[in-house]
Design a protein around this ligand. Structure first.
Ligand code: PMP
Length: 440
C-alpha cells in the first residue's frame, strides 16, 4: 500500500530500482527500453558516470546558496554555455526547476517588460489549441488542451487560442505547403487585430508540438511568418522548447530549423537529462535592457533558482552531448528510427501519420486511414498501447485527445541520444506488437 498520491491512483506501477544506458530496471528484474526518455527527459540515458561524478563533486563542494545572497559557479558556467549557443538576440538566462516554472516565469517577464516600457494595456496571451505549456495556473491557462484545463477553468486567467500548425489534420486537400503556412500563421494576425494589437503581450508556441499531439512539426515557412506578424505588432514571441529543445530534434534548438529567433525561449527536460530537476528561460537583450534600465529587478523568484547541483548536472549533460557529438547521432539515428517505423507502420491500417524531427517522433493512430476517423475515446487506446508496451519491456509516451483534446490517439517516441540500431530495431518490433495487440 502506497502513501504517495500517484497520478493514476489505481494503477499498479512497477518499482524502478536502476537504469543503465537506454534501459530502466524494476525490482522484479525486468528491463524496459526507455523509448520516450520518460517524457522526453532522459537525453543521455541512465546511469551516466560523468554526470553522476559531477553531481557528487558539486554536492561535496556546495549544495545550496540562496540567490538573494550569492551567485554560484555552475550556474554562471551553464549560463555562459547556453548563451554561447543561443539563438540571435538572446543574452541572458533565468534558471528554475522545471518546464512549468520556466513558462510561468517567461509569462511574467513578458508582462513586466511591457510594464517597464509603460505599455500597461499589454496583457493578452495568444497560444494555440492542442498545446501544453505546464500545469501551474498561468501555464495551464496558456495551454490549449481542453481536457487538462476543464476542471480548473474558473481559476484560469483569460487567454486566447488559434489553431495549431498541424498539416495532417488542418491542411486542406490540394492546398500547397506555402498556402497552408500563410493561412495557419494568418490566424495569429487575425486574432491580434480582433483583440487590438496594443493589448497583446505574447504569442506562445511549441516549435514541434509534443505531449498533446505527438511530435507535430510546423510546415516550412510557418514560423517565419509568425515572427513577422509578432514584429509587426510589437508582440513578444515565446517559444516553448521545454520538450522539443536541447538537441532533441537534431539541432540544439528546434527553432533553428525554422530560421527564427524568439524573444523568450523556455527549456527544461533535456537540459538536465533527468539527473536533476532544472529548467530555464532564455531572454533577449531587449527584455534584459528594459529591466536593467527600468526597475532594475525581475519581480519573481523561487527558493531553488540557480540550484548549484542542478546546474552542475546540466552542465555535465551538455558537455557530454558536445564531447560525444551526440547531436550527429540524434540526426542519423532519427533518420534510421523513422525509416524503421515507416517500414513497420507505413501500411498499417491504424497508423495515419508518422512524423517528427530527429529523435522526436510520433505516430497518430486512426480507426480508418482513408477518412482519418479516430478511435472511439471510450476505448482508451493510448492507455492500452502503453500497457501492452510495458508488458513487452518498452516505455513509450502515448496520449489521447490528439485532435481536439478529447478525440484521437498518438504515441510519442523520444529515446536517449545514445540510441543505437539494435535498440532502435527492438523499439520498433516491440511497439509494432504492442499496437497490434491494443487494436485487436
Ligand atoms: N512545456 C512543454 C512543451 C512540455 O512538454 C512540458 C512537460 N510535458 C511542460 C511545458 C511542463 O514542464 P514540467 O512538467 O517540467 O513542469
Amino acid at each position: 500500500m502506497t502513501h504517495i498520491l500517484h497520478r493514476q491512483i489505481h494503477a499498479k506501477l512497477p518499482l524502478a530500482v536502476g537504469g543503465s544506458g537506454v534501459e530502466l530496471f524494476d525490482a522484479e528484474g525486468r528491463a524496459y527500453i526507455d523509448a520516450s526518455g520518460g517524457a522526453a527527459v532522459s537525453c543521455l540515458g541512465h546511469g551516466h558516470v560523468d554526470v553522476i561524478e559531477a553531481i557528487k563533486a558539486q554536492t561535496e563542494k556546495l549544495a545550496y546558496a540562496h540567490t538573494s545572497f550569492f551567485t554560484n559557479e555552475p550556474a554562471e558556467r551553464l549560463a555562459d554555455r547556453l548563451i554561447a549557443g543561443a539563438p540571435e538576440g538572446i543574452s541572458h538566462v533565468y534558471f528554475v526547476s522545471g518546464g512549468s516554472e520556466a513558462n510561468e516565469a517567461a509569462l511574467k517577464m513578458a508582462r513586466q517588460y511591457f510594464v517597464e516600457k509603460g505599455e500597461l494595456q499589454r496583457r493578452n496571451i495568444i497560444a494555440r489549441r492542442q498545446s501544453y505549456h505546464g500545469n501551474t495556473l498561468g501555464t495551464l491557462a496558456t495551454g490549449g488542451n481542453e481536457w487538462r484545463r476543464d476542471p480548473f477553468r474558473p481559476l484560469l486567467i483569460d487567454t486566447h487560442h488559434i489553431d495549431p500548425c498541424y498539416a495532417y489534420r488542418y491542411r486542406k486537400p490540394g492546398e500547397s505547403e506555402e498556402d497552408y503556412a500563410a493561412r495557419a500563421a494568418g490566424a495569429l494576425e487575425e486574432k491580434i487585430l480582433e483583440l487590438g494589437p496594443e493589448t497583446v503581450m505574447a504569442f506562445v508556441a511549441e516549435p514541434v508540438v509534443g505531449a498533446t499531439a505527438g511530435a507535430v512539426p510546423p510546415v516550412a515557412g510557418y514560423f517565419g511568418r509568425i515572427r513577422e506578424i509578432c514584429d509587426r505588432y510589437g508582440v513578444l514571441l515565446l517559444l516553448d522548447e521545454v520538450m522539443c529543445g536541447m538537441g532533441r530534434t537534431g539541432t540544439m534548438h528546434a527553432c533553428e530549423q525554422d530560421g527564427v529567433a524568439p524573444d523568450l525561449m523556455t527549456i527544461a527536460k533535456g537540459l538536465g537529462g533527468g539527473y536533476q530537476p532544472i529548467g530555464a528561460v532564455l531572454l533577449s537583450r531587449e527584455i534584459f535592457d528594459a529591466f536593467a534600465n527600468g526597475s532594475g529587478f525581475f519581480q519573481h523568484g523561487h527558493t531553488y533558482i540557480c540550484h548549484p547541483v542542478a546546474c552542475a548536472a546540466a552542465l555535465a549533460v551538455q558537455e557530454v552531448i558536445e564531447r560525444d557529438d551526440l547531436l550527429a547521432n540524434v540526426r542519423s539515428m532519427g533518420t534510421y528510427l523513422r525509416e524503421r517505423l515507416e517500414a513497420r507502420f507505413g501500411n498499417h491500417p491504424h497508423v495515419g501519420d508518422i512524423r517528427g524531427r530527429g529523435l522526436f517522433l510520433g505516430l497518430e493512430l486512426v480507426a480508418d486511414r482513408s477518412t482519418k476517423e479516430p478511435f472511439d475515446p471510450a476505448l482508451k487506446l493510448n492507455a492500452r498501447i502503453k500497457k501492452e508496451a510495458m508488458a513487452r519491456g518498452l516505455m513509450i509516451y502515448p496520449s489521447g485527445g490528439t485532435i481536439d483534446g478529447s478525440r484521437g490517439d498518438h504515441v510519442l517516441l523520444a529515446p536517449p541520444f545514445i540510441l543505437d540500431e539494435v535498440s532502435a530495431d527492438a523499439i520498433v518490433e516491440r511497439l509494432g506488437d504492442a499496437v497490434d495487440a491494443a487494436v485487436a
